[in-house]
Structure formats: C-alpha cells, structure tokens
Design a protein around this ligand. Structure first.
Ligand SMILES: Cc1cc2nc3c(=O)[nH]c(=O)nc-3n(C[C@H](O)[C@H](O)[C@H](O)COP(=O)(O)OP(=O)(O)OC[C@H]3O[C@@H](n4cnc5c(N)ncnc54)[C@H](O)[C@@H]3O)c2cc1C
Length: 459
C-alpha cells in the first residue's frame, strides 16, 4: 500500500485521557487512497478507526487495535456566499477565520476550535452558540463519504436513506448527540452526523454559513448570588437574537481568579452573553443596563464589548476554564469526569438544584459547574484526587445520568457516546431502540470494522 503512514504515538488518546493501541496510522492524500485502505481492511477483517483532531471527550477516536486513518491532509477550504466547502481535516478555527474574511460565520461554535470538521460532524457537536443556531447537524448541506463497501459518494441535504429504518424516540432537549438519529424520512446527512465514525469516512463537507449581523454585543455579567444568575437565565433565554447564554459557577470562578484578577471578589456566579444587533446604537444596548439592575448583577464590574477582540477575550475566558479542567484531569491521571447531560429547558432550574446538592454532598468543593445554560446543558466536572474518589465519581456520574433521563433529558448533548459512555446510552434507549441502531450499523458495516467499540460494546 502506498498510502503514507506516521508514528501512532499522537493518535492513541483523546482529550478525555482515554488511551488505546493500534498497528498503523494511515494518512491518505486522496479519496482513492481512502478507498484503497477501506478495501484492504474489509478484505482482511482489520478494524479501522477514524481520527479527527483528538479533542473528543469520550475516547471515540481511540482504537483498541487495527488501523487508524487520519484525514488531516484533507484541507480544501472554499468559501462562498452562504456556504463553505471544507475537507474533513480543516480545523474549526481555520473555517471561522476564512468565513470571517467574507463577513460570514459558522453558527454552532464548539468552544474547542482546534477540533476538525470531520470530528464536529461525527459528534454532532454543539457549543455556546448552539443555543441560537442549533448543533452542527442542522448546518450540513452535503457530505462526501466512503462506505466500507468501497463506494465514495456525495450525499446532499434532501437525499434520503435508501433502506428501511426503525424510528426511535428522541429526548425533549434542544441538543442531543446520543446514538444514531433514527427519524422518519431520514436523510443521509442527518444519519451520518453524530454517527461517531461508525458508519462511513467523511472526506469533505459543505456547511451553511450565516451573514455577520450589523453588530454583536458580548459580555460577561457577574452576580453576587447564584439564585440571581439562575433567574436571569430564565428571563434572558427568550430574548430576541440572544445567541449565547453560558453559566459559570462560584467554584469555576475560584479556579479562574488567579488568571483574571479583575473578577469581582464578591462574584458568586457569572453569565456570558452574545446578542446579534442591527447596530451599536440598537435600543437593546440600553436595555442591558435595566436587565442587570433587575437581576442585581454587578453593573460597573461586568464586562461588555462590541469588538471581535472583546468576543475573543470572553471566549478565551470561558475556554480557559474548560481547558483547565481538562488539564487538571490529565495531570491526576484519571479520566476526565465531566457530564454532558441536558434536560428540557423547562427543567433547567430543577436540575441545577439537584446537581449542587448531590455534588456538594459527595464532593464538597471539588467540582465545577459551567456550560451551556441556554440549552440546559451545563457540564458538571468532578475533580478527584485519589483512586477511591475517582471510583465515587464514576458512581455519581451514573446517578446524575439516571436522574437526567428521568427528566426526559439526554446522556450526551454534544460530545457523543464514544467508548466511555456506552452504559449511559442504555439508560436512555430501550434494547429495541439500540437494536434499531445496530441494524443500521450492520447494513453499512457488516463486519463491524469501523469505529469498533464506539456506541456499542464489543461482544
Ligand atoms: C477544552 C474543550 C472544550 C470543548 N468544548 C466543546 C463544546 O463546546 N462543544 C462540543 O460539542 N464539544 C466540545 N469539546 C469536545 C470536542 O472538541 C468535540 O467532541 C469535537 O467535535 C471533536 O472533534 P475532533 O476533530 O477532535 O474529533 P476526534 O476526537 O478526533 O474524534 C471524534 C469522533 O469523530 C470521528 N471522526 C473524526 N473525523 C471523522 C471523519 N472524517 N469521518 C468520520 N468520522 C470522523 C472519530 O472517529 C470519533 O468518533 C471540547 C473539548 C475540549 C478539550
């Protein structure tokens, strides 16, 4: 085989800390090479795992044996009005930068912008702005994929899956990336988004771009009481053109404070917002003064701005938190204990109270709670220091997931199931619904070679 290979070292873990092993890593340059690799794997029964940028949080790109294929050389990037054509290996930040030069942007914006396009499609990633724009699936206009039978096809939005499927129930949440999207009149792009590298190899995508609004107001608002921040979330969620509504709890602020001395000392919670406006003179700008006062937020010490550099500063503030928590987990050597649970937005407050109570009982002070409050998708991060504590984390994560399912929520709002959350998928779907997913898997990958161990446990 003439396809380039590289050392496996950088492909055997992801940001969750989950690790594995592989025989070879192949880095094809063309779809013909992808087909050749698929044909060899199919003929010889070699498991094949697709690697994106490795920022995933569920071990999904990590293999246990077999070959790895990385699409990192698929870097085509063409921007037109309303759409971008990108290779699967293009990084999200490169897409956003190129789109920005034509005053456009890609709506859903997972905070980790070093993820690649193949990865964000395969996990149906969400992010802060999914609150307004939805998850990645909604923004896919077409996909070029290679199936395990060696066919490479271009699938455009509207092309329907050409075999029968059994539809499953979906949770009543605004985001979901748990399992295959088996819905009536299923379109190919909707099935492949969120399929976590188990059904086909994506080599190229056409994604929808949005025009930049006249102005964007962004800010970080600090509160002296958590309850005031929670009231503000409910009051602000329905605001017109609010495109981002993120929550940061007191423990998270404590972690951030050494890096951001300007965080008010008395702050007990913060909300990050972004709103699309007609212009910087839009009457909405003044309305924020009233809103802050209504919810007893710190008016003078909260941060607001209109410039792209302000948005980037606030994004970095929020991202630093996620990166710090990931890094702390990596340093302890335990997997990252982070939930990706979401409930219907009407249950957000109830879930928040439950999280605080259970985490405080089991891990007093050793947890953070932050994330996508607009979508009722805050992440609980548990920070164990010992093996014994890590075991308790596993139990608590399972318990939280059970509770969320009882509230008609999802066990994976945006990160997917991968290898680390298979038990949680079983909480959410019946064995018949999981069997319906396996039927699709068997049809497209009869020898169960692609992304082996993702979504379904190995027999
Ligand atoms: C600090 C931090 C913050 C994060 N914030 C967010 C957030 O706000 N929202 C969010 O949704 N996620 C977030 N994540 C998780 C992560 O960035 C996403 O899951 C992302 O979509 C993974 O992309 P990746 O390229 O790194 O994929 P990888 O981790 O490499 O792989 C993920 C899955 O995609 C599959 N895959 C990759 N490329 C292809 C392809 N070409 N064809 C088919 N399958 C493929 C892999 O097989 C695997 O199953 C965060 C992660 C970190 C570390």
């Amino acid at each position: 085989m003439a396809i380039s290979t590289v050392s496996a070292e950088n492909y055997l873990r992801d940001a969750s800390g989950y690790s594995g092993e592989a025989e070879q890593v192949f880095v094809p340059d063309t779809t013909a090479e992808v087909r050749e690799l698929v044909q060899i794997c199919s003929a010889k029964g070699i498991p094949l795992t697709i690697s994106g940028a490795g920022t995933g949080l569920t071990g999904a790109r990590v293999p246990h044996g077999g070959y790895i294929v990385s699409l990192e050389r698929f870097r085509k990037l063409e921007i037109e009005a309303g759409r971008a054509r990108c290779g699967a290996g293009v990084l999200l930040r490169d897409l956003q930068a190129a789109a920005g030069r034509s005053r456009q942007f890609f709506g859903p914006n997972p905070t980790e912008d070093t993820a690649c396009i193949g990865g964000i499609i395969s996990t149906n990633a969400g992010g802060a702005r999914s609150f307004h724009y939805g998850s990645v699936r909604r923004h896919i206009l077409g996909l070029e994929v290679t199936f395990m039978d060696g066919r490479t096809v271009w699938l455009k939005r509207g092309d329907r899956v050409d075999f029968p499927i059994t539809p499953i129930r979906l949770p009543a949440t605004t985001k979901n990336s748990a399992g295959y999207y088996l819905q009536p009149d299923l379109e190919w792009v909707d099935l492949l988004a969120g399929s976590e590298g188990t059904l086909a190899i994506i080599t190229e995508a056409e994604l929808r771009l949005q025009p930049e609004p006249g102005a964007i107001l962004s800010g970080i608002v600090f509160f002296s009481a958590d309850a005031n921040a929670l009231d503000a979330i409910e009051a602000w969620r329905p605001l017109d053109e609010l495109r981002l509504l993120e929550y940061i709890d007191v423990n998270s602020l404590r972690l951030l404070r050494p890096h951001y001395l300007e965080i008010p000392d008395a702050a007990q919670a913060a909300l990050m917002i972004e709103q699309n406006l007609q212009s910087e003179e839009d009457p909405e700008v003044d309305a924020w003064t009233r809103r802050l006062s209504e919810h007893r937020a710190f008016e003078e010490e909260s941060w607001f701005g209109f410039r792209a550099s302000d948005r980037e500063r606030f994004r970095t503030f929020r991202h630093t938190l996620a990166a710090m928590v990931t890094d702390m987990a990596r340093r302890t050597g335990f997997s990252k204990f982070s939930t990706d649970l979401a409930v219907p937005v009407s249950r957000h407050r109830e879930l928040h109270a439950y999280y605080r109570q259970r985490c405080q009982e089991v891990f007093p002070g050793k947890f953070t709670l932050f994330g996508h409050a607009g979508d009722a998708n805050n992440h609980v991060n548990l920070l164990p220091a010992t093996r014994q504590e890590a075991n308790r984390c596993e139990e608590l994560m399972y318990e939280l997931a059970q509770h969320v399912v009882s509230l008609e929520g999802t066990v994976a709002a945006e990160h997917g199931i991968g290898k680390t959350k298979i038990e949680l998928l079983k909480l959410m779907y019946s064995s018949d619904e999981i069997e319906a997913m396996k039927e699709v898997k068997r049809r497209l990958d009869p020898h169960w070679l692609l992304g082996r161990g993702n979504l379904f446990a190995l027999a």
